[in-house]
Design a protein around this ligand. Sequence first.
Ligand code: NAD
Length: 301
Amino acid sequence: MTIAFNGRVAVVTGAGNGLGKSYALALAARGARVVVNDLGGAIDGSGVSGTPADAVVEEIRAAGGEAVANYDSVAEPESAANIVQTAIDAFGQVDIVINNAGIVRDKTFHKMSLEDYEFVARVHFLGSVYVTHAAYPHMRDANYGRILMVSSNSGLYGNFGQTNYSAAKMAVIGFMNTLKLEGARSNIVINALAPLAATRIAEPSGIFDTYDPELVTTDAVAAMVTYLVSEDCTDTGNIVAATAGYYSRIQIVESEGVRIDPRTEMTPDKIADLWPQIHEMRNPQPYEDGVSNLTAVMAKE
Ligand SMILES: NC(=O)c1ccc[n+]([C@@H]2O[C@H](COP(=O)([O-])OP(=O)(O)OC[C@H]3O[C@@H](n4cnc5c(N)ncnc54)[C@H](O)[C@@H]3O)[C@@H](O)[C@H]2O)c1
């Protein structure tokens, strides 16, 4: 076993069920001390219960691992900070944060209340920010950190009925794109995951009528997550997919583009003529950051 977490402390949010549970179990099995956070609500975020987090802690302890439960919500700054404080109080440090807690409130946009829009964004996006914000100073002090943002192919590519969820799942990518630059100075690695697994949250979408739930396992995703938050993974700022044993890297790329002399008159008619060339994804390029993108764009003939 080369990937090990001895001496490391991990916070896994939403670890009472589904994917988070399997991340917590996998990390603990390899020596991490784990804070199993879970609010214990329904898939729409309603209700609370300590039972799911307690059950996972019990399972970890029964297998000889170390874990403590926390029942706070990621969706408020104070309670999110308390999740990290639980790690500090129990284990004295926090090395790993997996921002996994999530809910869904699916509806087409014209039927979606702004409350459902905001709440989904609050749990997925701001919840991830709140927990990371509380853990980040500890990571900087220790000159070590591993952070995982949980995105989704619904955000990366779109999914009917999920404007709230899709936007929140892309927001975590933007957050990562900048924190990867800031965190690099302190040996803090941050990556993002687009998983798929047969959990209760994915059930309403009906995809498991098409795909065998036995193939779309949480364990196949947990293997990737365990690698991404390990000391062995030093690549930062990646978006990675993990679905039924399929693993890949996803990137935002920009086409070759077209330059016309900006001193000539720019008209929408010219744009219409050039549209096929602008639209075509010729020689697509990724960029490390906004500055390198601008440098490359300004240098184009
Ligand atoms: N299952 C999939 O196919 C899939 C696909 C893409 C992304 N995801 C993402 O993976 C993550 C885990 O989802 P899952 O499929 O395991 O769902 P799940 O419902 O089984 O687990 C999510 C857990 O998060 C907890 N939670 C919800 N709100 C919380 C809050 N405010 N504070 C603390 N805990 C909270 C829930 O109680 C639940 O135990 C989510 O972010 C989800 O959006 C899942």
